[in-house]
Design a protein. Structure first.
Length: 367
């Protein structure tokens, strides 16, 4: 039985802690007592882990650290953990380049797995698995987490930090076309796409490729797009163009504020999932290329719904993270340095089966 510390006890961090506690000794840390009080049977510590000394003192006695903090805290938290010489699996979606921490992790003999959720995360692992066995020419990932009930005006609910969600609407989107990196504004190239059991959803360019742009330079075409209910893009563009997502301070009645902070504060109550709310996670991955001298297409379809009193996006994100955590603790993954999820491609079967045991099913179609 290993000793694991989970940094962050939000909707996803809580699910991670509960899953790992089935087999290990788990301690959950959060600055919010309200979040911690939702966790039964798990050791809890209320602390401000943005303080480096507090964080490094807390993690001293643990075998593995799980990072489940908001994106704006993620990079610094990961750096502090690596400096302390502790292995970490992280789900934070931070804007900084994680490979800047690669040398630090190697120098400290640390295994540091980044972006270990659903997408980025499981999508990368599937990509990495097929990259070992075929020449890939095209990779496309469509992914979204949505409430089952469409409710005006936003038809959306957030599992993650509201600022992390807004970042997806403003961060320039990178994709690869004919071996060239293309950069477009977020919310661009909208398409309507039909899905079985769900109906038509709206997709747009988002910056979800992340590490794949660096690690899969031999693949000529790669793109990830976010999925929402139709009509979403228009109001998001209005808010963005009006400055509601801006980080630049403005003065209001003698006080300086960042519009994005105000927007997040206003939107969070409207996006927050309450008791009784249900969601679903949908993902479609298409991988094309040559295998054994023949053209082949692999398609993976995920439609996961709220179940076992657990939010779907927390399940699909959290269980990918806990699968990789167990790989490391069992001594089956030993790469020192920064590991994007695609590095774990050869462990696809273990992770796939781990998720399947928890009723997260990726269905494969070959053509």
């Amino acid at each position: 039985m290993a000793k694991i510390i989970v940094l962050g006890a939000g909707l996803v961090g809580g699910v991670i802690a509960k899953d790992l506690a089935k087999k290990h000794k788990v301690t959950s840390v959060d600055i919010s007592k309200k979040n911690l009080n939702k966790l039964d049977g798990i050791d809890k510590i209320c602390a401000d882990i943005s303080n480096t000394k507090i964080l490094q003192d807390l993690i001293k006695e643990f075998d593995l650290v799980i990072g489940a903090v908001p994106g704006f805290m993620g990079y610094k938290m990961m750096k502090d953990v690596i400096k302390a010489g502790k292995n970490i699996v992280d789900i934070s979606f931070y804007p900084e380049d994680p490979f800047q921490l690669d040398k630090l992790a190697k120098d400290n003999n640390v295994i540091a797995v980044m972006d270990c959720g659903v997408a980025p995360g499981m999508g990368n692992i599937i990509f990495g698995y097929h990259d070992l066995n075929m020449k890939i020419t095209d990779y496309e990932c469509l992914v979204g987490g949505l409430p089952e009930r469409r409710e005006w005006p936003y038809e959306y609910q957030a599992v993650f930090s509201p600022i992390d969600v807004i970042e997806e609407y403003i961060r320039p989107a990178r994709y690869v076309q004919n071996n060239q990196i293309i950069i477009k504004e977020a919310l661009s190239d909208a398409e309507l796409i039909a899905f079985d059991e769900i109906g038509t959803l709206e997709s747009w360019n988002s910056d979800g490729l992340r590490s794949l742009i660096k690690t899969m330079t031999h693949v000529p075409n790669m793109i990830e797009k976010t999925l929402r209910y139709p009509g979403c893009i228009e109001y998001l563009k209005v808010l963005r163009s009006s400055g509601f997502f801006s980080y630049k301070e403005i003065e209001v009645n003698g006080n300086k504020i960042r519009p994005i902070d105000m927007t997040a504060k206003l939107l969070f109550p409207k996006w927050k999932m309450e008791n009784g709310d249900k969601d679903f996670t949908i993902m479609r991955i298409i991988i094309k290329g040559i295998e054994n001298g023949k053209a082949i297409t692999y398609q993976y379809n995920l439609l996961d719904r709220f179940q076992d009193n657990t939010i779907s996006m927390a399940r699909t994100t959290g269980f990918t993270c806990t699968a990789v955590a167990n790989l490391i603790l069992d001594g089956n993954y030993k790469h020192h340095g920064i590991s994007p999820p695609e590095y774990l491609g050869k462990h696809f079967k273990f992770i796939h089966d781990y998720l399947k045991e928890r009723k997260v099913n990726y269905k494969k179609v070959i053509t």
